[in-house]
Design a protein around this ligand. Structure first.
Ligand code: UD1
Length: 428
């Protein structure tokens, strides 16, 4: 592929430039998406601060607007008013673009007694069913009929609190059930709940509106239903995956950089794994980390629900392991099809063998720049990281994935001194 054959925007990266300076982390995409759905629970104004400027966030905004929500944006502060929430069907073309938009089902159902949301369908990293969301709502008394690709959920009067055991600690299902339970009658207990920081953020947000949720961050969440929620002004947590991506950038380019405006406690598995690989991460102050690069050596990784190693960092760490001395085994257990970046990393000279959901990465001394195609959001970040470390020029295509989840990625890297720019060539 020559550069002249590129018809969509791409990132051009000239690798092997040391980085220096400081990068500021934006608000957490996954928290913001769930909390935006959570604003539907309240008929009064909800103000969210630290909302990242991302394609996925804009799509969620369009979903909410289609449901009758009035939205006012001012930079990273968004105001929502869902007084006129309608139980109309969330539009398929939006829900199919953004799986997280399915999360509106819990709030609409609990507030209006009826919700129609299209099934989100599969995506690049696996089939991603919603059976756990649906079973949770059914346990609370909802009747759920899935026909013609649409989930129709209804309830006579009000959802009722229930004891729900999740077969798997699904982030989305925990969020759906937690939101639905805030306005249900009585107590709901979610056992084997997801423990991700984004769950805690959603619970804190709901509590700031008067919900009664305890135990978020543990595997047992208790929600005492209340009759109504009130207005709030809430700050979204920093994005731990964006922070992790920049920490890996420090490691892969052997650079000392400062990553700031983050939450240290959310990064424990990432910091521990970086230290094992050979890059120390030290705490500069409450919200800032410094990378202290060292010789990179192999390490095994297995993705797990929080507090295990996050699946959303698997691709970025694989990029790092491609140039770490020795053999590393990377095993993906959360999603069924999340190793598609391997083929692209191999185009850059990585030595990786895949068997099932595991990849054996044998470190090579250096990667070589190449044209590559991003296959999903985190894979695109992995290719950027590989490009920063590679010899020569890398062209990363498929930026629609990157733009879903990284705010101003290339500007942030430019500020750190990386040679990276967006190019718009066309052969038309
Ligand atoms: C969320 C994150 C995503 C992250 C993932 C795991 C958002 C918007 N996205 O996705 O970035 O990678 O958590 O940390 O927050 N599953 C079922 N049935 C269900 C629900 C899930 O089988 O009803 C399966 C999924 O197919 C997947 C696994 O459970 O294999 C984990 O999914 P889940 O934790 O629900 O992830 P999401 O909420 O979709």
């Amino acid at each position: 592929m020559s550069i002249n054959s590129i018809s969509e925007p791409a990132l051009e990266i000239i690798g092997r430039n040391p980085l220096k300076g400081e990068v500021k982390i934006s608000g957490a995409k996954n928290s913001a998406l769930a909390i935006m759905a959570g604003t539907l629970l309240c008929a009064d104004d909800c103000r969210l601060n630290n909302v990242p400027c991302l394609a996925d966030i804009n799509t969620m905004g369009l979903v909410l607007a289609s449901l009758g929500v009035k939205i006012h944006k001012n930079g990273s502060t968004w105001e929502f008013n869902s007084k006129d929430l309608k139980a109309v069907k969330a539009p398929y073309d939006l829900v199919s673009q953004l799986r997280a938009s399915f999360f509106v089902i819990g709030p609409i159902l609990t507030r209006l007694g009826f919700a129609q949301v299209p099934l989100p369908g599969g995506c690049a990293i696996g089939s991603r069913p919603v059976d756990l969301h649906v079973r949770g709502l059914q346990a609370m008394g909802a009747t759920v009929i899935i026909e013609h690709g649409v989930v129709n959920a209804s309830v006579n009067k009000r959802l009722k609190g229930a004891k729900i055991f999740l077969d798997y600690p699904s982030v989305g299902a925990t969020e759906t059930i937690m939101m639905a339970a805030t306005l249900a009658q009585g107590q709901t207990i979610i056992e084997n709940a997801a423990r991700e920081p984004e769950i805690v953020d959603l619970a804190n947000f709901c509590n700031s509106m008067g919900a009664k949720i305890t135990g978020a961050g543990t595997d047992s969440i208790v929600i005492e239903g209340v009759n109504r929620l009130h207005t709030t002004d809430y700050d979204i947590i920093p994005d731990r995956i964006e922070a992790g991506t920049f920490l890996v950038a420090g490691a892969i380019t052997k650079s000392e950089i400062l990553v700031t405006s983050l939450n240290y406690d959310h990064l424990t598995p990432i910091i521990a794994k970086l230290a094992e690989i050979g890059c120390q991460v030290v705490r500069e102050d409450e919200i800032t980390l410094r990378t202290i690069p060292g010789e990179l050596k192999a390490s095994d990784i297995e993705t797990l629900p929080h507090p295990g190693f996050p699946t959303d960092m698997q691709a970025q760490f694989m990029a790092l392991l491609t140039i770490s001395e020795g053999n590393s085994l990377v095993t993906e257990t959360v999603f069924e099809n999340r190793l598609r970046h391997v083929a692209e990393l191999k185009r850059m000279g990585a030595n990786i063998k895949v068997k099932g959901n595991s990849a054996l990465v044998s470190g090579v001394p250096i990667l070589s720049g190449a044209p590559v195609m991003a296959t999903d959001l985190r894979a695109s970040a992995a290719l950027v990281l590989a490009g920063l470390a590679a010899d020569g020029k890398t062209i990363v295509q498929g930026l629609q994935h990157l733009d879903r989840g990284y705010e101003n990625l290339e500007q942030k890297f430019q500020k750190l001194g990386a040679k990276i720019k967006r190019i718009y060539h066309s052969n038309k």
